[in-house]
Design a protein around this ligand. Sequence first.
Ligand SMILES: Cc1ncc(COP(=O)(O)O)c(C=O)c1O
Length: 401
Amino acid sequence: MGTLFDAAHAHDAACIMRTYARKPVMFVRGDGMRLYDDDGAEYLDFVSGIGAVNLGHAHPAVTAAVAEQAAKLVHVSNLYYVEHRAELACDLVRLLGGGMRVFFANSGAEANEGAIKLARKWASTAKPGAYKVVSTLRSFHGRTLATLAANGQPGKSQAFEPLPQGFVHVPLNDIEALESALDETVAAFLVEIVQGEGGVWPARDEYLRAAEALCREHGVLLMIDEVQTGFFRTGPAFAHQAHGLTPDVVTLAKSMANGLPMGALVAREEVAAAFEPGDHGSTFGGGPVVCAAGRATVAALQAENLGARATLAGEYLRKALLELAQRTGAISDVRGVGLMVGCSLASPVAVQVAASLLGRKVVVNHIGADILRFLPPLVCGTAEIDTLLATLEDAFKEVAQ
Ligand SMILES: Cc1ncc(COP(=O)(O)O)c(C=O)c1O
C-alpha cells in the first residue's frame, strides 16, 4: 500500500462517518474492467462500482462528453432548459418502448422515493383510498426512510423506526401471497426482476407475468426497480423486457451515466400525468453534465452491443462456477441473469474468500456471510472469467486451510 493510501486511511478514520467497512485498497485509475491501486498494481474488477459502470472504467466517449459539457456549463437547475436533458429522456423512453415520461433524480433511492410519491398521487384520483406499496421480502430499494420501509430487509431499517406507513411485504415468486396482498388499499407493486442486494435472486417468468395480470385486475401500478438490472446488465436494455412486461413505472440509476450519480423515474403517460408542477423536484437532477454522460453511455452500450455480450459472458461465468462447484464442493448454488451473477457458498466464508481474492488482485463483492456476487463491466470477456475462476479456486483452498 502506498503513501496515498496511508493518508486517505488516516483522514477517513478521523473525519468520515463509519457507515462502511472499507476494504484496504485505494483505486486511483481504471480502464475497461481493470483497476489500478495507488502502487500501480492492476486488478480485475468484478464489482464495477456495484453495477454502476457497465461500459467499463474511463470509457473515452463518456470522458469526452463530461469534459466538453463541464467546460461549457455545469449547473443552472431545473428552472431552465439545458442541453442533453430532454435528449436523454427521449433516449430512455425509446429504449423502454415509448409512451412514457421521465423525472431525473440523482440516485436509485431517490428514483424509488419519487415512484412511491407518484403512486400515492396517482391513486388519490385513480383509486381513492389506496396508498400502500407492496414489495418483496429480501428486496432492496434504497436508504431513505420510505425506501427503507419498502425494502424487504428488516435488519437494515429497525434502528430507524418509526418508518413511513403503508408498506406490505410478500415473498418473491409466491403468486398467492401477492394475490392476497392486493386489496383496495394498494396503489402499487414494486419489484426487482433480479433481487440484487438481497443476494442475486431472480424472479421467475411465470411469477412476473402473473403479477402483471394481477396488478391490472386490481388497478395496482406495476413498478419495476431496474436500478441494478438496467442498462443491458441482464442482456436486454431493461430486464423486464425479457418477460414481455409493460410496467407502469420503471426506476433507473446505477449505470445510467456509467458511474456518475444519476437516477430516473419513468412512468406511462397517464400515470406521469398525476405529477403536477410543484409536486416533486430536485436541485441537481437532470443536470447537463450527467445527462451528457448518460447520452454517451446509452449510445456506447448499444453501439458496442454489450447486452448480447453480457448474455454470453454471463452464461460462460455461470457454467464455469457450476463446474467449480462440482470440483470443489465449495459452492452450493449458482444463479443470475446476464452479468448479474451470484453464488451461495457451502460454508459462511464469503468475507474471507472476497478478502483472499482482493489480495490476489481480483475485486469481488460478498453479500452477507455466504454469498459472492459478480457484477463486472459488460466488456468482461472469457479470459477475465477464466482468471476469476482460477483465482477463486486458489482462494477457496486458502480459506479452507
Ligand atoms: C435495486 C436497487 N434499487 C435501489 C438501489 C439504491 O440505489 P442508490 O444506492 O443509488 O440510492 C439499489 C442500490 O444498490 C438497488 O440495487
